[in-house]
Write a new protein. Structure first.
Length: 164
């Protein structure tokens, strides 16, 4: 990895259409447009969170080596969502594909209304922490100063997150 290469951790989710195919298509697009996938978690099935009257989600965490800045990663992730048919109708609503930036290296980034890294809710969400801990168990959250397994162990979330 070059000096200006960062590992960006992404969480992909899908709960509509052919979820597996959409996730695989998103991974191909991420490799073409953001960077080389250096690690990928198992795929997990999770009941819908936040708005529960919708199908369950498949989630996967990726580590991606990128030379892009965090904002450019965000722009490209949103474009990939759009290319794969994502329409943002409601918060926490059903979606064909969702790509969230969880971590960008060990940076803390806050651009109001645009980008918050680390993801501001990730430490409260089992469906993010379980796949992330699988591929980045030694990663130390740059704000909470805990590893992902440590955060996971103190989480009150009882949502079922099952490996597919």
């Amino acid at each position: 990895m070059g000096l200006d290469t960062k590992i960006v951790y992404l969480l992909l989710g899908s709960n509509l259409g052919d979820r597996n195919a959409l996730i695989e298509e998103a991974i191909v697009a991420i490799q073409q447009q953001i960077g080389q996938v250096s690690s990928r978690s198992s795929i997990y099935e999770t009941a819908a969170w936040g708005k529960e009257d919708q199908p369950g989600f498949l989630n996967i965490a990726l580590g991606v080596a990128t030379t892009l800045g965090a904002q450019e990663v965000l722009v490209r992730a949103l474009n990939i969502e759009k290319e794969l048919g994502r329409v943002r109708l409601e918060k926490w609503g059903a979606r064909l594909i969702d790509i969230d930036i969880i971590f960008y290296g060990d940076e803390v980034i806050s651009i109001a209304g645009q980008l918050e890294v680390p993801h501001p809710e990730m430490h409260k969400r089992k469906f993010v922490l379980v796949p992330m801990a699988e591929i980045a168990s030694n990663y130390i959250h740059p704000v909470l100063n805990q590893t992902l397994p440590e955060i996971l162990s103190s989480l009150p979330d009882d949502l079922k997150v099952l490996k597919v």
